[in-house]
Ligand binder design. Structure first.
Ligand code: BG6
Length: 489
């Protein structure tokens, strides 16, 4: 990678005492500081409404940081430096009067990175106040998800921000794009001519994308129940992964070249009509079960649950892409909470050789697969066919992997968290890993069609026990095409 040029800026975290900031953003900034990737003049402004808590905000930040950063990565000297960059300002984000104090803290000369770790309903108001305080010209705004809950509401949020900021200063987060292994998809596909020549409907039979989570709702019922797994995970993370697998090679690595190609994929997604829902999509909701041998409650018995909720915590779907490259190649997507393992992987299944010459009973073995493990145990395995060793074996075939395990191969001490990468990119002014307005809107448009269909048919989620791979219907969904989910235990 080209050298990173560390540039000075002021980072203003709106919602600095919220869960995301305390759990992810501030630890990520600490790690950047530890890696010498924050300029010595960079300041961090923790902006939060005064919530009357007895603990001082900076004391809360220190306490939570010490919990979040692994002990072996905690360094008192780094903390002293980090602390000296950190200022707290109590403000009401919708009160224009509070922005004068912010403007004074920012000073004249530096770029301001304004990270909105708040509800999207206040994004427009914050932008208006930043502009009124004369800060808009040198500000990059970072928008956390969810940006709306459908096409219309996401347009409203985007439009409210666009009144004050041009697209090239808006950074929409999809934290999956900040994961090292997800970025690696670009290198894997476009730095290896080996794969690109095979990457189409002539050679690939189907693709699987699984993002399985072990966690349940983790006290986020209020948000999650209005969203459900389709809006929470598919609309953003899974469709972004699909884009990176399915897009055409960009002309270069600039943000717009990459995003132009991704948006073409999103626009080519075949809508799923209501009459196709029964065979193409499965919604599930977890019931009580066991995770790692420990009993866990069902979704409807979680803290603050509405026992009649019909939100889905699992979705499996068959997606088709209407273009030359992918015509006739189904993409099977699946994601759920309370599954047996935290495990995200993409499996590219290649077609059988055109002419088969081995023993008929070995035919089912024949298929090359490229397995891209995103988390945990990040790496790539290419399954190839070989002959079994030994004089007595004849032409006995076996399938074996060519393995690349990233942490072993690159001897990396730790894999940086996605937010470290994303925050670093914003300070550099690189938009490659952020989602453009037309991408978000194309993704919503496609998902809205599905959600509409569910509404019209009154489609209820199917139960699945916590600790399983989802409802049986998700096995049937892929089995209908004569296939199965790769690697399910
Ligand atoms: C978030 C979702 O965007 O991604 C959560 O809102 C989900 O519901 C999380 O748990 C998963 O992220 P990761 O990085 O743990 O796979």
């Amino acid at each position: 990678m080209p050298e990173v040029r560390v540039l000075p800026c002021t980072l203003a975290l709106f919602g600095a005492l919220g869960d995301l900031a305390l759990r992810k953003l501030l630890p990520a900034l600490y790690q950047l500081d530890r890696e010498d990737l924050l300029h010595r003049d960079t300041r961090i402004l923790a902006l939060a409404r005064d919530d009357g808590a007895s603990e001082e905000p900076l004391a809360t930040i220190e306490r939570r940081l010490r919990q979040a950063v692994p002990a072996k990565e905690w360094d008192e000297a780094v903390w002293a430096r980090f602390q000296s960059r950190l200022y707290h300002l109590s403000m009401d984000f919708l009160d224009a009067g509070s922005y004068q104090a912010l403007a004074e803290l920012v000073g004249e000369e530096k770029t301001l990175v304004a990270y909105f770790a708040t509800a999207a309903s206040v994004f427009g108001g914050i932008c208006e106040n930043l502009a009124a305080a004369g800060l808009a010209e040198r500000t990059r705004v970072v928008l956390e998800k969810p940006i709306g809950h459908d096409l219309e509401s996401s347009r409203a949020v985007n439009d409210a921000v666009a009144r004050f900021f041009p697209e090239n200063r808006i950074y929409r987060i999809d934290h999956y794009l900040g994961k090292e292994t997800v970025q690696n998809l670009i290198a894997l596909r476009f730095a290896n001519s080996l794969f690109e020549t095979q990457w189409n409907q002539n050679h690939i039979s189907h693709v699987e994308i699984t993002v399985a989570e072990k966690v349940g709702i983790e006290g986020r019922w209020g948000y999650f129940d209005k969203a459900g797994q389709l809006r929470d995970m598919v609309q953003n993370h899974l469709l972004q992964l699909l884009c990176l697998i399915a897009m055409d090679p960009p002309a270069d690595l600039t943000a717009d070249s990459i995003r132009d190609e991704k948006v073409k994929v999103l626009r080519a997604l075949e809508p799923i009509a209501p009459e196709q829902l029964a065979t193409r999509v499965v919604r599930g909701q977890y019931t009580a079960g066991y995770i790692d041998g420990k009993a866990v409650p069902g979704y409807l018995s979680e803290e603050n649950a509405n026992p009649n909720s019909d939100a889905e915590t699992f979705v499996a779907l068959r997606v088709d892409i209407r273009n030359w490259r992918w015509s006739g190649v189904p993409f099977y997507l699946r994601t759920g909470k309370r599954m047996p393992q935290k495990h995200s992987q993409i499996v590219i299944h290649f077609k059988e050789p055109p002419h088969y010459i081995f023993a008929p009973e070995q035919r089912s073995l024949i298929s090359n697969r490229l397995i891209i493990r995103l988390q945990p145990d990040e790496g790539i395995a290419l399954q190839v066919m070989t002959k079994d060793q030994g004089l007595g074996k004849g032409m006995q075939l076996r399938t074996g992997p060519l393995q690349l395990n990233f942490s072993e191969t690159f001897q990396t001490a730790r894999t940086p968290d996605a937010y470290e990468r994303l925050l670093l990119e914003v300070t550099q002014g690189n938009q490659n890993l952020f989602v453009r307005k037309d991408e978000i809107e194309a993704a919503w448009k496609w998902c809205d069609g599905l959600i509409d269909g569910w509404g019209r048919l009154g489609e209820e989620p199917k139960p699945y026990p916590a600790g399983s791979w989802g409802p049986q219907a998700s096995v049937a969904l892929i089995a209908r095409d004569g296939r199965d989910w790769y690697g399910d235990l």
